[in-house]
Ligand binder design. Structure first.
Ligand code: SF4
Length: 116
C-alpha cells in the first residue's frame, strides 16, 4: 500500500494506492479525478515544469516559461538542461514556442509573459 496526496485540486485528498485482483485499487479520493491521478502516478508518473529562459536584446534578461503539457518524470533533468541552454531574442510574446519538442518529449516550452 502506498500513500499519495492528490494534487489535482486544493482538497489534497490523501490516497491509498495498492494492488487488488491483479489491478490497482485506490481509496481516499473524494472524486474520480483522484483515482485517475493515482493510477497515472503508479503506471507512468508525469510532471510539468515552470522555469525561465535567457533573453537577448530585451528589457528583461529572462522570460518566464512553462511546458504546454506534462512530461514523464524521468525526463525532467533532460528538459531542464535544454531550457538552461536555450535563449530567446526579444521581442517575446505570451504563447511563443521557444523550444519545440523539448528533449524529444513532444512538449513545447512556451513563454508566459511578454518581453519587448
Ligand atoms: S480526489 Fe478529487 S477532490 Fe480530492 S484532491 Fe483529488 S481532485 Fe480534489
Amino acid at each position: 500500500m502506498k500513500k499519495l496526496t492528490c494534487i489535482i485540486c486544493p482538497n489534497g485528498c490523501v490516497l491509498d494506492v495498492g494492488s487488488a485482483d491483479g489491478g490497482i485499487k485506490v481509496s481516499g479520493n473524494l472524486c474520480p479525478k483522484g483515482e485517475a491521478y493515482a493510477r497515472a502516478e503508479v503506471i507512468s508518473p508525469k510532471r510539468t515544469i515552470s522555469s525561465s529562459i535567457r533573453v537577448i536584446g530585451g528589457d528583461s534578461e529572462i522570460v518566464s516559461v512553462r511546458l504546454d503539457r506534462a512530461v514523464p518524470k524521468d525526463m525532467i533533468f533532460p528538459v531542464m538542461d535544454a531550457i538552461r541552454r536555450a535563449h530567446a531574442s526579444a521581442p517575446v510574446h505570451i504563447g511563443d514556442v521557444l523550444i519545440h519538442d523539448v528533449a524529444g518529449t513532444g512538449a513545447d516550452v512556451i513563454a508566459i509573459e511578454d518581453i519587448s
